[in-house]
Design a protein around this ligand. Structure first.
Ligand code: FAD
Length: 396
């Protein structure tokens, strides 16, 4: 019989971990492994709020895939997946076709706009290296334009939709960046507005209320205005409509209010909830024993029947589990059930400030910020060892 073909779609947290583990665990000629990704680099999504605000270079948030994987063991294909055909065991790429015996889908999520008119057209999203470069340039450009049209203060109003972890981390960075931009462009800081709008009755819904209050205090002191319990009703080219019809004029809207699964998955005919596949206990798509789904495209439920939020943390653990189960399948061994181990959550609030819960304890301020750095360095170490830590790590 021929060697089984494993195809991994997406080199995000889930896909990269699957590939790295397979590379380590498979013996020579046990399987053909192909990793497909849109870009020839992996991006560290959990850092993207920094280059988006301009407080760090986008280079520090990406790693070339050839530096991560051993190309003698794994074929890397730089291409975009356009269709998944589970009934034919094929994947259609923009420039070719791949057939597989086992498939791992890890192409990451897409912004969820909840059908709010205009968000898709006019809001920016923090999703990739390309999207954060656009945000960073766009923000600078608004300062430059304001200098030519000083009556247009809407150039200096920055709206962030969503006060979940991504929204909060981004406003923390942008609040740090604004004073620099004001100096660079000779703009009075009083004229700049940074508004974080959230529909839920609190920022960071579901998180520890004491830490949420601490976070909001820190951010308010840096100049952030919160509009909590205020749904965005519409996004327009020149601002947003909120609540009962109030209009806020702004030339910049950044939407961080939600993530859904990738449309490729619905189009492939998998059963989905908000674009995500409710995977079985081994992380397979129901009815497809040879298709695994990881990361933002999968839905895993806890004992109380509630879905875990999509995070890098769960995606990485899923990658490890999927690699194990792929190797077991190939060797005709028993599969292992996936069990998520939540290690904690830490959110940065800009330079030197963060909040978090880890090891059953609450952290805030400088200590939490150090913890965040450790988590980031640990990730670099896991995927790329000491060399990557030294090249991309942020120690200060
Ligand atoms: P992703 O990391 O989304 O990667 C998907 C990959 O697939 C990308 O490389 C993409 O280029 C590729 N791809 C997409 N479409 C195609 C296609 N059609 N063809 C080929 N390739 C394709 N989580 C945490 O646990 N902790 C945090 O502190 C944290 N902070 C965050 C901060 C920010 C600013 C953001 C935006 C997210 C944060 N998250 C955090 C969430 C976390 O980043 C995601 O849950 C995680 O990235 C999901 O990983 P994934 O494996 O599903 O795929």
């Amino acid at each position: 019989s021929s060697i089984p073909k494993i195809v991994i779609l997406g080199a995000g947290y889930g896909g990269v971990m699957t590939a790295l583990r397979l590379q380590k665990q498979l013996n020579y000629n046990e399987a053909d492994v192909t990793l497909v990704n849109k870009h020839d680099y992996h991006y560290i999504t959990t850092h993207l709020h920094m280059p988006a605000a301009g407080t760090d270079s986008p280079e520090n948030a990406r790693v070339s895939i050839s530096k991560l994987i051993d190309e003698f063991k794994i074929d890397f294909v730089k291409s975009t997946v356009v269709q998944i055909r589970p009934q034919d065991r094929k994947v259609i790429l923009e420039d070719g076709t791949l057939s597989y015996d086992y498939l791992v889908i890890g192409v990451g999520g897409e912004p969820e706009t909840f059908g709010i008119p205009g968000l898709k057209e006019y809001a920016l999203n923090i999703r990739s290296i390309n999207s954060v470069r656009l945000i960073r340039e766009h923000i600078e450009y608004q300062f430059a334009k304001y200098k030519r049209e000083p009556h247009r203060t809407d150039y200096l109003t920055f709206i962030v939709g969503g006060a979940g972890f991504t929204g909060i981390e981004f406003v923390g960075e942008l609040a740090d960046r604004i004073p620099q931009l004001c100096r660079e462009f000779d703009v009075d800081p009083q004229l700049v507005k940074l508004i974080n709008i959230e529909a839920a009755p609190t920022a960071l819904p579901g998180f520890d209320p004491e830490l949420v209050e601490y976070a909001m205090d820190v951010l308010r002191k840096k100049g952030v205005t919160f509009r909590i319990g205020t749904p965005i009703k519409e996004c327009k080219p020149d601002g947003v409509i909120v609540g009962e019809g109030e209009e806020i004029k702004a030339q910049t809207v950044i939407w961080t209010g939600g993530i859904r699964g990738n449309r490729l998955i619905e189009e492939a005919g998998f059963e989905t909830m908000r674009g995500r596949v409710k995977v079985d206990e081994y992380l397979r798509a129901p009815g497809h024993d040879n298709v695994y789904v990881v990361g933002d495209n999968s839905l895993v439920f806890n004992e109380e029947g509630r879905p875990y939020p999509p995070t890098a943390q769960i995606a990485m653990q899923q990658g490890v589990a999927v690699a194990h189960n792929l190797v077991a399948s190939i060797r005709n061994q028993a599969l292992k059930k996936f069990e998520y181990k939540h290690k904690g959550t830490v959110a940065s609030l800009g330079k030197g400030e963060a909040i978090g819960i880890a090891f059953g304890k609450k952290y805030k301020g400088w200590t939490a910020a150090q913890l965040k750095k450790l988590i980031d360095l640990r990730y670099l170490f896991i995927i790329g060892g000491i060399p990557l830590v030294l090249r991309k790590g942020k120690f200060f």
